[in-house]
Ligand binder design. Structure first.
Ligand code: RAT
Ligand code: ZN
Length: 423
């Protein structure tokens, strides 16, 4: 029976939609860069079409030989993908739908697509200046802050940082360390070439150099956390270089600066190398390693997301058990409406208000529009159900509670976790 002091379903639905629309997002993991990062910034319809998710889909749908695909100029690839996935077939996949959402939200007509309409879309992008376009896109997506992925071992990116770029406060940095953790012994040579005498024996002198590398780059970038992606077979602790580098370099450097260490678990890199960036797969991981990492380093803060659907339940449980662990996002292959819904429902049930349901992982600036539009819809659906369930108990659901919850999910929970000092 409905209670006198609970909102009517239409009212509740309105509160949730309003809160989701008006709350600005802190997008805590992307691959975006501001305009003054030059070649690293990616935007526009050609980039949207050649997103690696769509490369995989178009190669599969068309049956084109890998070589023939990669031989095309980027513009021709975009045309090929447009023709293959949008003109010859119904663009039903989430990545295809995303392109259409972006175009529509930019005011373009997607109702009768043709090769000619791609030219028209290109015309709109030719008129944009990256700076003003960045403002427009972030405003349309209602995103306040985007967190980049920054790897100083990438020569293009290193050159940008060493040039001392002026910082756009909307773009925060994250020190990404995949090769530093997983690339031994080879990465020792790379570090050496950069002036860090980190020999592959990983003795105490080498470890001091790895710490110096981390500390200098955290400082230079003003990184807000340190991050790595890990394969499904990641194991902690073990006698690998990864465990030693974690224990003796990453964790102490993060601890001293109160920075979280983000582990993104479950990627099988280059399962099909012919597809290049589109060729990564996923696998189920053993999350007992995550439990050990959090439990044996109680003075470190951790963030985690997992790639396989099968690991999602275990991750939500891990989030309950370790106050130093922050669960975030529906990563990459689980960033699809059906899975976002399932995962978000599960997390609300197990973690209540204390997690970040989503990050965009956008690689092309414009993608934040669709990634957040689509996610807001799904999060809204889950929240309406969950607040309705709460109201059924007789609890008085208020607009203020709805707004506070949404603020936490889209932005505040992450900000507070960053600021949190572990006791
Ligand atoms: O989502 C992606 O675009 C992937 O290619 C990866 O970049 C992944 O998100 C990662 O950060 O490793
Ligand atoms: Zn990513």
């Amino acid at each position: 029976m409905s209670q006198a002091n609970t909102p009517a379903p239409a009212q509740l639905s309105h509160w949730v939609d309003d809160a989701l629309t008006s709350t600005t997002v802190y997008d805590l993991h992307t691959h975006l860069y501001p305009p003054n990062f030059g070649p690293l910034m990616s935007w526009g319809v050609d980039e949207l079409l050649t997103y690696h998710y769509l490369i995989g889909e178009s190669v599969r749908a068309s049956g084109i030989a890998y070589d023939a695909f990669w031989k095309m100029e980027p513009g021709t690839r975009a045309e090929f993908i447009w023709k293959t996935l949008f003109l010859e077939r119904a663009p039903l996949s989430e990545a295809c739908r995303g392109v259409l959402t972006v175009l529509r939200r930019l005011g373009l007509d997607v109702s009768s697509p043709s090769m000619k309409s791609l030219d028209e879309y290109r015309g709109l992008f030719r008129e944009q200046k990256p700076e003003a376009y960045t403002d427009r896109v972030l405003k349309l997506a209602n995103v306040r802050t985007v967190v980049m992925t920054n790897d100083p071992l990438d020569p293009v990116e290193r050159a940008v940082w060493l040039g001392g770029p002026e910082r756009d406060p909307r773009f925060q940095a994250v020190l990404r360390i995949d090769p530093l953790l997983l690339g031994w012994p080879g990465v020792g040579g790379t570090l050496k070439a950069l002036g860090y005498a980190a020999s592959a024996d990983l003795g105490s002198a080498a470890m001091a150099e790895v710490r110096r590398y981390l500390a200098e780059w955290v400082e230079r970038m003003k990184a807000i956390y340190v991050a790595v992606s890990l394969p499904p077979w990641w194991s902690y602790p073990d006698d690998s270089p990864a465990t030693r580098v974690m224990n003796e370099a990453i964790l102490p450097v993060c601890r001293d600066r109160n920075l979280p260490f983000a582990v993104m678990i479950g990627v099988t890199r280059q399962a099909n190398p012919q597809l290049r960036l589109a060729g990564d797969a996923l696998g189920r991981a053993d999350l007992s390693s995550l439990h050990r990492l959090c439990a044996s380093n109680p003075k470190n803060k951790f963030m985690a997301t997992v790639l396989s659907r099968e690991n999602q339940h275990e991750l939500a449980v891990a989030g309950r058990l370790h106050p130093n662990l922050f669960v975030f996002g529906c990563w990459w292959y689980v960033n699809n409406p059906s899975l976002i819904e399932e995962i978000t429902r599960m997390r609300v049930e197990l973690l209540g208000t204390e997690f970040a349901p989503q990050h965009s992982d956008a690689r092309v600036l414009d993608q934040v529009i669709y990634k957040w539009d689509h996610s807001r819809q799904v999060i809204g659906k889950v929240l309406k159900d969950k607040f309705a369930d709460l109201a059924e108990t007789g609890w008085t659901v208020t607009q203020e509670q709805v707004e506070r919850t949404v603020e936490g999910y889209l932005s505040g929970n992450f900000g507070r976790f960053l600021a949190r000092q572990l006791s």
